[in-house]
Design a protein around this ligand. Structure first.
Ligand code: SF4
Ligand code: SF4
Length: 345
């Protein structure tokens, strides 16, 4: 572990921006909210935010991206169009780092998705332990309030200085390249970091009333509770916001778009969400999840069971973005899972 004074961290960030070898992205204030955006000035970086509107997954899986372009001539030619911008992303909270680890598993499982994986490979992730906790978050219940993995560097605020944990060679290379004024951490610094982490875990108001390890079992028991799902989905607008802001949701829709001349075109993909009415419509026009309550239930099944069955991960990291973005306030996983547990007990 290393120690850096706060003003030296500012110089470190300013130096990375100035040299411009990679795009530097950091959390910045936007009105009363926060967003990951390209940093133009080190002083705009906010490491004391509670939660960002969108998770950093947008840099590896953009809202819309071209997968290929094609030209029709004598032979049909297909050309890849993966736009990879090498980035240093600063200020990622532990729950978002764990979500990125989950996405890495998804996109390198049976099919290696080069569009996602190349962007990931070219990125450096600098995490920060939370200084503010969102009122919607329940990361402590999900074991994601702190993390020992998933970052290249991890910062912890210790008042007049930051502790820096090094998680990879990408992280140590970055420090060597840009950061001159580092000190070795003393044993009291290491103890302070551990104290800060414990303090964070105790700062959450929302929580599960049972261990998340029971979720796969709970979802299996609760699947047939038709009235429960209908009642909870009654006010759902099928807007899909809860899917789109989620750091572990990765569904997308692929479209082929031809030029008007039919001489070429492109294949694009854009974010999709299982709460949207058209999500499970197939070519014949049949909708496999026509009812709102079926779509609503499906999202919780994915979070608590389906992805666990495939990858061993509970696909909710407790960031709370889904509930904070849901206008009728019916998307809070702690409410739904706690009430379902009452129902099946
Ligand atoms: S649960 Fe809320 S955010 Fe999700 S689709 Fe329904 S209304 Fe929209
Ligand atoms: S389901 Fe909600 S709380 Fe869980 S990771 Fe997704 S957005 Fe965050």
């Amino acid at each position: 572990m290393k120690i850096i004074d706060k003003e030296d961290l500012d110089s470190f960030v300013a130096d990375m921006i100035e040299k411009g070898e990679k795009e530097v992205v950091g959390v910045q204030e936007k009105g009363h909210k926060y967003a990951f955006q390209e940093l133009k000035r080190a002083e705009d970086l906010r490491l004391d935010y509670d939660v960002t509107m969108l998770p950093p997954k947008k840099y590896f899986m953009p809202q819309r991206e071209d997968l290929l372009e094609y030209e029709k001539d004598e032979d049909l030619s297909l050309e890849g169009v993966n736009e990879v911008v090498p980035r240093i992303i600063i200020g990622i909270h532990p729950y978002d780092l764990i979500a990125i680890e989950q996405m890495d598993r998804v996109f390198s499982d049976t099919y290696e998705d080069e569009h996602y994986l190349k962007k990931r490979k070219e990125s450096v992730l600098i995490g920060v332990n939370m200084q503010e906790v969102s009122e919607w978050s329940f990361a402590a219940s999900m074991g994601t309030a702190t993390t020992d993995y998933g970052y290249d560097l991890m910062l912890t605020d210790l008042g007049d200085r930051y502790a820096i944990e090094i998680g990879s060679s990408k992280g140590s290379d970055l420090l060597e390249r840009y950061c001159v004024d580092l000190k070795e951490a003393k044993s009291e610094d290491i103890e302070s970091v551990e104290r800060e982490k414990e303090k964070i875990k105790e700062s959450f108001e929302k929580e599960f009333e049972f261990s998340p390890e029971s979720l796969p079992w709970l979802m299996e028991q609760g699947y047939e509770k038709k009235e429960f799902w209908e009642e909870h989905a009654e006010d759902c607008y099928s807007c899909g916001s809860c899917n789109l802001v989620c750091p572990t949701c990765y569904c997308f829709d692929v479209q082929d778009i031809s030029d008007l001349s039919l001489g070429g075109g492109k294949r694009t993909r854009k974010w999709d969400g299982c709460l949207l009415e058209s999500f499970a419509v197939v070519a014949s026009g049949e909708n496999f999840r026509e009812e709102r309550s079926e779509r609503y239930r499906h999202r919780y099944m994915r979070k608590g069971k389906y992805l666990y069955d495939m990858f061993g991960d509970i696909a909710c990291v407790g960031c709370g973005r889904c509930s904070s973005h849901c206008v009728p306030d019916i998307a809070d996983p702690t409410v739904v899972f706690n009430e379902l547990m009452e129902e099946v007990r």
